[in-house]
Design a protein. Structure first.
Length: 160
């Protein structure tokens, strides 16, 4: 194959692949937004469908992760059911969130504001650093890892 033919082939291949990458990022953003929507709606059944069977969750202010692969499905569901039962509402506001797709892995990271209105405690809002890893299986983005941690005391969120 001549050098010019190779160049043209690479150029055409690159043009064909580029829209797929943008589409994957858009799909990842939509999956992330859907996860936040299920959370704010307290839709337990829908919320459970967006987690990968091997998912790991780092609950806010917890030291140890929760590993879904080591739990019975009912225990995993109870974790969220208990959380939803203890709150009136909860949600994230995206302040500076980034998205990246590498193959079938989606990365989401940035700053969010987590707001909770518990049933038996005072409402609160907290600026957090969020890291989430998604994996694409059968055309769907599923949460593989979710970690949100409060910003260190006295540290204001970074301006974008």
């Amino acid at each position: 194959m001549s050098l010019s033919r190779t160049f043209v082939s690479v150029l055409i291949f690159g043009i064909l692949i580029s829209p797929l990458s943008a589409s994957d990022v858009d799909d990842l953003k939509a999956a992330f937004d859907q996860a936040l929507e299920y959370l704010s709606q307290k839709d337990l059944d829908a919320f459970l469908t967006i987690w990968h069977p091997e998912a790991v969750l780092f609950p806010r202010n917890e030291v140890h992760p929760t590993d879904r692969a080591k739990l019975d499905d009912r225990v995993w569901a109870d974790l969220f059911e208990d959380f939803f039962a203890r709150i009136i509402s909860a949600g994230y506001t995206q302040q500076a969130v980034e998205f990246r797709v590498i193959g079938d892995t989606g990365l989401v990271w940035g700053l969010t504001r987590f707001a909770v209105d518990p049933r038996f405690e005072a409402s609160f809002e907290q600026d957090t650093r969020l890291t989430a890893v998604f994996v694409k299986e059968d055309g769907r983005w599923l949460i593989l890892l979710w970690n949100n941690a409060p910003l260190p005391e006295g540290q204001a969120p970074m301006a974008r």
